[in-house]
Ligand binder design. Structure first.
Ligand code: PGA
Length: 232
């Protein structure tokens, strides 16, 4: 079995450095013997330095966003080079909360993807509609597309406790593969828990999960990773 990918998106949590450190320490301890899952933790930027120092090679890290320019007068922004320099391998791009609260457009997301790929940081592109795929990937070659991880995150499922049905999710998964080929890794995200995680892998055919709320509860997150790790 190919390794599955499980990404923890901590969003704007936890509120203190101490809590972030504790959460990470618990997760790291709980995931010592994981073999079939690559775990990526995406904390707020301000915690990345410490977490990158503490992590072991088996746990990877990522940013929750990045800018489309390398450097310069862009107050508040963080570039892919900065993330790479800290030891991050991944970066989430185009999360629906960024599209919604910060008015990120497909054009902006496209620029972010291009620079991220150029810098050899792996983008995790979040979409909830097939129509976004073409716009977000405009001008990106087939060869490069296989370096992108795609996350299907239906809007109604994010943080609501509702999930897409395994059948609907499987349908989406297939449609994406039809467009992008089967080399692209596709994750499911939206109210993933230890109760439903296996279904998205086994029934819907996703190669991993993007987890928000449940990744802030160490025990629950560890349970999810172990559930997927034990799949044969
Ligand atoms: P959720 O968030 O697991 O809390 O629904 C997922 C996400 O927004 O990436």
């Amino acid at each position: 079995m190919d390794k599955k990918l499980i990404v923890a998106n901590w969003k704007c949590n936890p509120t203190t450095f101490k809590k972030a450190e504790l959460l990470f320490d618990l997760i790291k301890k709980g995931l010592k013997n994981i073999k079939n899952v690559e775990v990526v933790i995406c904390p707020p930027f301000v915690y990345l330095t410490t977490i990158n120092k503490k992590r072991e090679t088996s746990i990877k890290t990522g940013g929750q966003d990045c800018f489309w320019k390398k450097k310069g007068p862009f107050t508040g922004e963080v570039s892919p080079d900065m993330l790479k320099d800290l030891g991050c391998r991944y970066v989430i791009i185009g999360h629906s909360e960024r599209r919604r609260y910060f008015s990120e457009t497909d054009t902006m997301i496209n620029k972010k993807l291009k620079l991220t790929l150029k810098k050899k940081l792996k983008p995790i592109l979040c979409i909830d509609k097939i129509s976004q795929v073409k716009k977000d990937l405009k001008g990106i070659s087939r060869g490069e597309i296989k370096n992108i991880v795609l996350a299907y995150e239906p809007l109604f499922a994010i943080g609501t406790g509702k999930t897409a049905s395994p059948e609907k999710a499987a349908e989406f998964n297939l449609s994406i593969k039809r467009i992008l080929g089967d080399k692209v890794l596709i994750l499911y995200g939206g109210s993933v828990s230890s109760k439903n995680a296996r279904g998205f892998i086994q029934e819907s055919g996703f190669q991993g999960l993007l987890i928000g709320g449940a990744s802030l509860r160490a025990k629950e997150f560890i349970r999810i990773v172990k559930n997927i790790d034990s799949l044969r």
